[in-house]
Design a protein around this ligand. Structure first.
Ligand SMILES: [Zn+2]
Ligand SMILES: [Zn+2]
Length: 323
């Protein structure tokens, strides 16, 4: 198949400034697919890149739905896909164990040394792609990557069926975690600061509470911190019962001051948790208790990326999409 595209629109992020520019359409290495962006989601990581995290300069974007324009595998061409963001080396110890997300040689779409999805065209290895069912709308499927991050918790810790789980935080990830755990049958208690955001989870049966200065103490065996703040982790530790587990979903940059005594005295388990397998999240795109489209705050064309980033950075704004 011959392609006639020459230039393409791409978002550029450097020194905290988001611009758009015209770049050549990327060449497609062997084993890679050339993808055309249908929708992208701006996440907190993108906003952190804007703040200077990783000293990033280039095209951001790692939450996406795209159409395959060209690929080695003919059956993929024309398919609508989402994709795993870690480009693993496939031959190191971690890759051989099926943990390419921890491959020390990896690059990461739109984050580490691989141009991201906020461009008309971008590339990913074919093995990273997941074809999407036709009946899942693009505006739902764009949540697959953050949903996989929420599902990662259940890959890491075996929470007994029907247990009570506390979730701290009502940002995008906190809401997705609450929805995912609730859809899996856990009794989720979510603590947040915004009634309108908590309402998204409450409508699916999550028990929600506005977090006050006084949070329950030693009340849960399982506590997920998704607040994105150092205080969140301290609260999560205080809320956990002896021998309980705290799952750390907040990426706080810099050092978090922490009194380790309650962790040691109460023999708590701290579990760090990052991104997850798309296979676990894929069925949730069709789940009635996971109404992800309720998280969409605004949609912008790719050419308005500077405005879209500004909107996403406003306090309390949930998911902003680029289309
Ligand atoms: Zn993200
Ligand atoms: Zn590897």
């Amino acid at each position: 198949m011959k392609l006639y595209y020459k230039g393409m629109l791409a978002v550029h992020l450097e020194n905290g400034v988001v611009t758009t520019r015209t770049l050549p359409v990327p060449a497609r290495p062997e084993g890679f697919a050339l993808l055309r962006l249908l929708a992208g989601g701006i996440c907190n990581t993108d906003l952190e890149l804007q703040r200077g995290y990783y000293g990033f300069a280039g095209t951001p974007g790692h939450e996406f739905v795209a159409e395959v324009v060209a690929a080695d595998t003919p059956a993929l061409v024309g398919r609508r896909v989402a994709g795993e963001i870690n480009l693993a080396c496939t031959h190191c110890e971690w890759c051989r164990r099926g943990l390419g997300r921890h491959c020390p040689n990896r690059t990461v779409l739109g984050i580490v040394r691989h141009p991201g999805a906020f461009a008309e065209f971008f590339t990913l290895p074919e093995r990273n792609l997941h074809a999407l069912p036709d009946d899942v709308p693009t505006s739902r499927a764009v949540f697959l990557e953050p949903l996989a991050a929420a599902c990662e918790i259940l890959d890491q810790v075996a929470i007994p069926a029907g247990e009570r789980v506390a979730v701290l935080g009502d940002g995008k990830l906190g809401l997705l975690i609450a929805l995912v755990l609730n859809a899996h049958g856990y009794r989720v208690h979510q603590f947040g600061r915004h009634a309108a955001k908590l309402a998204i989870a409450a409508r699916t049966g999550v028990h929600t509470e506005i977090a006050t200065a006084v949070l329950p103490v030693a009340a849960y065996d399982w506590v997920v911190d998704a607040t994105g703040s150092p205080e969140g982790l301290r609260s999560a530790i205080a809320m956990t019962r002896p021998r309980g587990t705290v799952i750390l979903k907040s990426t706080v940059h810099g050092t978090v001051g922490l009194d380790t005594a309650p962790v040691i005295v109460n023999e708590l388990t701290l579990v760090g948790s990052r991104c997850g397998r798309f296979e676990a999240a894929l069925p949730l795109l069709a789940h009635p208790l996971v109404p992800v489209e309720g998280l969409i705050a605004a949609r912008f064309p790719l050419s308005d990326a500077p405005q879209a980033f500004a909107r996403a950075a406003e306090k309390g704004v949930l998911k902003v999409l680029l289309e």
